[in-house]
Design a protein around this ligand. Structure first.
Ligand code: PEP
Ligand code: MN
Length: 378
């Protein structure tokens, strides 16, 4: 591969952070070059299933994990694992193989080097909700499930406003141990009832590995919260499921760390990851977090994963939410996850940043126009 192509394929290499510089210009004495040499095998257009399976088998024989990624035009197979002293270039001679290329980015499965087309990740429910396609997905609902009437009313209202997925926490990561911690399984049951009633996909947070079976029983999408973005055991555990995962960016995580967290999930064979920018902690005080929307085009440049914006945690103030939704769609976001509550003043959690379903509905008129202007729909 030429240097210019390598640069194009590895944007992190062109503007190196300390970490990516270290990873992409190895000093063999300090860093064994293993991470440099993870490969993707690009199959020829029209390669047969038998040829693809044969290459996958050869990759396994090298002691590596194969991940087959079927694109619209061609299939690529990522060979992931520690591969010192392995000679994978030999794969180039195998029938059906067009070329073998190193993956330069530290994240592999999440990288655009491995998959050029944007991933369209299903959310579930019966309304065709997905993130990453032409349609911008709208996930809305209260911060927490508080009661059956509250949640069912809210579900119907956000659906009427145009949402195709319902958010609501049953397990809440609270800064104070004395604050409301969520309704637990009771809340999950109410969410599932709301899905049956409305067809909305259910997005809800999972906080611990031992909640996997319980949350999977009721939820369509497992939300991994900002505080858990680097809970690697949890990332692995949700990677072992085949549920869609909404992965929130950590409060102080870099984009590279965020994508490496996604990689934890994908490396376990779960390709259904949606990234969620929810703001980062800065010195600023007028808003709860600082919402960096430049992440949207940057993620689209270096990854194939969809990215949705959470303007509620992202600003902390309901009056800032509609304009940040507009800006997010203009920037190309694949979706929005918004806290909506019909009585924000009495919300048990995050009332100050919750908009009403009425505001949501009104805002949609403008969002639709913006979506059309950037060749999307909502
Ligand atoms: C939430 O969505 O209510 C939440 C707790 O989000 P985060 O993990 O982004 O703080
Ligand atoms: Mn919240």
């Amino acid at each position: 591969m030429s240097l210019s192509l390598a640069k194009e394929l590895n944007p992190l290499n062109t503007e190196p952070q300390a970490e990516s510089r270290r990873l992409s210009t190895p000093n063999p004495k300090k860093n064994p070059p293993s991470k440099e040499h993870e490969m993707i095998v690009v199959m020829e257009q029209g390669a047969s299933d038998a040829q693809i399976q044969h290459v996958a088998q050869l990759i396994r024989e090298l002691g590596l994990t194969d991940h087959i990624i079927k694109g619209t035009e061609r299939t690529v197979i990522a060979a992931i694992g520690d591969d010192r002293a392995k000679n994978k270039e030999n794969l180039e001679t195998v029938p059906g193989v067009e070329k073998v290329m190193p993956v330069l980015a530290p994240y592999k499965m999440a990288s655009r080097e491995v998959k050029k087309e944007r991933s369209v990740v299903p959310l579930g429910g019966t309304l065709g909700a997905s993130a990453g396609g032409k349609k911008v997905c709208l996930i809305a609902g209260p911060c927490s499930v508080e009661s059956r009437p509250q949640l069912l009313n809210c579900a119907q209202a956000v659906k009427a406003a145009g949402a195709t997925a319902l958010r609501g926490g049953a397990f809440k990561p609270r800064t104070s141990p004395y604050a409301f911690q969520g309704m637990g399984e009771e809340g999950l049951k109410i969410l599932a009832e709301a899905r049956d009633l409305t067809g909305l996909a259910v997005v809800t947070e999972i906080m611990a590995v031992d909640q996997i079976d319980l949350v999977c029983k009721y939820a369509d999408v497992l939300q991994v919260g900002a505080r858990n973005m680097q809970n690697y055991n949890l990332l692995w555990a949700v990677g072992d499921t085949r549920k869609t995962v909404l992965l929130k960016r950590g409060l102080s995580a870099t984009l590279e760390e965020f994508l490496l967290a996604a990689e934890y999930i994908m490396s376990k064979g779960n390709p259904n990851v949606i990234l969620c920018e929810r703001g980062i902690r800065t010195f600023e005080t007028y808003c709860r977090n600082t919402l960096p929307l430049a992440i949207v085009p940057e993620v689209h440049r270096i990854s194939h994963l969809p990215i949705v914006i959470d303007p509620s945690q992202g600003t902390g103030h309901a009056h800032l939410v509609p304009d940040m939704c507009k800006a997010a769609i203009a920037a190309g976001a694949d979706g929005l996850i918004i806290e909506a509550h019909d009585d924000p003043e009495h919300a048990l959690t995050d009332g100050a940043q919750s908009i009403t379903p009425k505001t949501l509905k009104e805002m949609m008129v403008t969002l639709r126009k913006i979506a059309t202007a950037v060749d999307r729909e909502i």
